[in-house]
Design a protein around this ligand. Structure first.
Ligand SMILES: Cc1cc2nc3c(=O)[nH]c(=O)nc-3n(C[C@H](O)[C@H](O)[C@H](O)COP(=O)(O)OP(=O)(O)OC[C@H]3O[C@@H](n4cnc5c(N)ncnc54)[C@H](O)[C@@H]3O)c2cc1C
Length: 377
């Protein structure tokens, strides 16, 4: 069962399917080998407006509901999860501004995204992953500027973004309570990129270090108030996790479709292997998991759209969808037998792509802590 979406989104969905079939699905195999960031493919996606789907209507966006957008994002992830991650990371980068920015900041960032810029969300540091409150990047007030120093790592879109949302300490003594959120634009002196990650999956997404070396930005680029940065970062991740659940569901759906198609073609013991009931049970288990993940994503997004609390639902959606994406991709390899283990066939890539969804935007261990705390309190 796909998401229940509006008529407008249904039209857009068929455009996204065509785009992904023509521009992403096959091409991604090559980018998976080379690890290149395919600018031409992304330029075409920008032209179609796919990188700006999350821009709110009041700032010039298309005005779809979050569930509508999920249907489009799942389709992109089915074609290639690296492509979908790049697109979705702009939504992630925009969120701190949409959550806590003033009207001018929201307008500025949304305009940039609509013009085709990418955004990046810079929280993680070498010594601060699951524990982002241990971050060491600083922002020191100097007249009507802040001067940023520090190193962020594993930043999606790090080398290709025009807009960076950066968590930095304005008061080191206060730890996470002294953290603030800043908007930094590409080209600002002192902003550079470092080590590029050579990843096992989502290889056509860009992941690298982002370095701040006496990087001076206008004081008006502070998002919200000094000391609000950690709260804004957590609210950002609370929302963004559901989107990662949506992408992981797309990987699982693709894995099941590949498995079914192969099982219809592969003859053993004189008949297609799909004719074995054991195979039906495998496919049924895949579908049960995928549909449950999709409905959890839809539930969390609907709560967001309605302005209801969604923190725990978002954690469940990401945790469950990424766990089942790993299981379904692994079972799809099993359906392909030895061919599934070969790089010539599409399913081993799906397993590699799925793994990161158990790790970023809060590892699944950390998300189980979030869910546990919600229940216990
Ligand atoms: C491809 C990729 C893209 C990314 N994109 C971004 C991005 O755009 N922006 C950004 O800011 N970050 C990004 N990240 C960083 C990502 O969010 C972190 O890698 C993640 O939060 C985990 O942090 P860590 O890698 O330091 O692992 P660690 O925190 O060192 O964790 C290592 C292991 O210990 C476990 N663990 C840690 N603490 C506990 C605990 N209290 N209880 C139980 N288990 C625990 C973890 O679950 C994990 O299994 C990205 C990472 C990757 C790999």
């Amino acid at each position: 069962m796909p998401y229940i979406i509006s008529e407008e989104a249904r039209d857009l969905l068929s455009d996204v399917k065509k785009f992904c079939d023509n521009e992403v699905r096959e091409q991604a195999k090559e980018f998976d080998k080379t690890g290149e960031w395919p600018k031409e493919m992304y330029d075409k996606a920008i032209e179609q407006g796919y990188t700006a789907l999350e821009v709110p209507e009041e700032y010039g966006g298309v005005g779809l509901s979050r569930v509508d957008i999920a249907a489009l994002m799942e389709e992109m992830a089915k074609a290639d999860a690296g492509f979908a991650t790049t697109v979705s990371a702009s939504g992630l980068g925009m969120k701190p501004v949409l959550i806590a920015g003033n009207d001018e900041q929201k307008r500025r960032v949304c305009e940039k995204i609509l013009e085709g810029s990418f955004a990046a969300f810079c929280l993680t540091e070498p010594g601060a992953g699951s524990d982002p409150g241990a971050g060491k990047t600083t922002a020191v007030k100097d007249g009507d500027s802040y001067i940023l120093n520090g190193r962020k790592c594993f930043i999606t879109n790090g080398a290709v973004a025009d807009v960076y949302l950066v968590a930095a300490l304005t008061n080191k003594e206060l730890g996470m309570k002294g953290m603030s959120m800043f908007l930094v634009e590409s080209g600002t002196p002192g902003l550079s990129t470092g080590n590029h990650e050579d990843k096992m999956g989502i290889r056509c997404s860009n992941t690298c270090d982002v370095v701040f070396d006496d990087c001076r930005i206008p004081a008006e680029n502070l998002i919200g108030k000094e000391g609000d940065g950690f709260k804004i970062a957590m609210q950002t991740l609370d929302q963004a996790r559901t989107w990662m659940g949506c992408l992981a569901t797309g990987i699982a759906q693709r894995a099941m479709e590949e498995a079914v198609a192969y099982a219809k073609e592969r003859i053993q013991f004189g008949k297609p292997i799909i004719k074995n009931q054991a195979m039906h049970f495998k496919i049924a288990d895949m579908e049960i998991k995928i549909e449950t993940a999709r409905q959890m994503v839809a539930h969390a997004l609907t709560k967001m759209d309605l302005g209801l609390p969604y923190s725990m639902e978002s954690a469940i959606a990401k945790c469950y969808a990424s766990d089942i994406a790993m299981q379904v991709a692994s079972e799809a390899i099993q359906v392909f037998g030895g061919y599934g283990y070969s790089r010539e066939y599409p399913v081993e890539k799906l397993l590699r792509d799925a793994k990161i969804f158990q790790i970023f935007e809060g590892t699944n261990e950390i998300l189980r802590i979030v869910v546990g705390n919600n229940i216990v309190k």
